[in-house]
Design a protein around this ligand. Structure first.
Ligand SMILES: C[S@@+](CC[C@H](N)C(=O)[O-])C[C@H]1O[C@@H](n2cnc3c(N)ncnc32)[C@H](O)[C@@H]1O
Length: 218
């Protein structure tokens, strides 16, 4: 079967093995992930999907803070998943997917989280993928995203413009314009809020919280 094209964690697949070290040296990684985890606020043993799980760091932190939650992770990159398998030690159920159809039935998850993934997804795929996330969330389920948003300072505006040249101008354009909430709304989510943000050396990280209405017509 033909492998789908995707944008690896550090642009080139040969850099994937260095992802954890590079991101922890250059980015307030733990702070960004912790703020996202705090938004989860689980009610008992809910099911959570880490979309674009990468090397599994966010999933591990989630299991440490909320051991009662059941956590799944998906990613399009087999190479990064093999790093995650070593790290999560069966505490998280990891799955590869084709970048189009999530390998889960409708209404499976209470929460979907995603950190630093949507700026890797081409503009014409963002809405399709969000519709897939909408499908696998239960009515009343939450989508929580931390990713690059519209830069909030003059410095982050320049920094993100430079970063985009490395990470890809096309797939980061909607993030730079602060368009992610509109894509989320167009996928069917009813409540979409952009809350906190963190300014980093590469741009502004925005937090988005969206809800699938508790009762929807199919
Ligand atoms: C910068 S890494 C972030 C990984 C992890 N979420 C984190 O915060 O450390 C971006 C991740 O998005 C994944 N990715 C790229 N395109 C994707 C897609 N279409 N669907 C799901 N994941 C994708 C990459 O394989 C990579 O693991």
């Amino acid at each position: 079967m033909k492998e789908e094209k995707f944008n690896p964690a550090l642009r080139f697949q040969w850099l994937t093995g260095f992802y954890d070290r590079l991101i922890s040296l250059t980015f307030p990684e733990k702070k960004i992930k912790q703020q996202l985890i705090n938004l989860v606020d689980p009610k008992g043993n809910e099911r959570l999907l880490d979309f674009g799980v990468g090397t599994g760091t966010l999933s591990i932190m989630l299991k440490q803070q909320y051991p009662e939650m059941r956590v799944w992770g998906v990613d399009v990159d087999d190479r990064i998943l093999s790093i995650a398998y070593e790290k999560v030690q069966h505490k998280v159920e990891l799955q590869h997917y084709d970048g189009k159809n999530l390998p889960f039935p409708d209404d499976k998850f209470d929460v979907v989280v995603s950190s630093l993934v949507f700026h890797h997804i081409p503009t014409n795929m963002k809405a399709k993928i969000l519709k897939e996330i909408f499908r696998v969330l239960k009515p009343g389920g939450r989508l929580l995203i931390a990713d690059f948003g519209k830069p909030r300072t003059q410095y982050t505006k320049i920094a993100f413009a430079i970063f985009r040249r490395f990470d890809g101008e096309e797939q980061t354009r909607a993030n730079a314009k602060g368009m992610l909430p509109y894509f989320i709304m167009s996928a069917g989510f009813s409540v979409v809020e952009e809350g906190e943000h963190i300014n980093t050396a590469f741009g502004t990280i925005s937090y988005i919280k969206a809800v699938k209405a508790a009762s929807i017509e199919k």
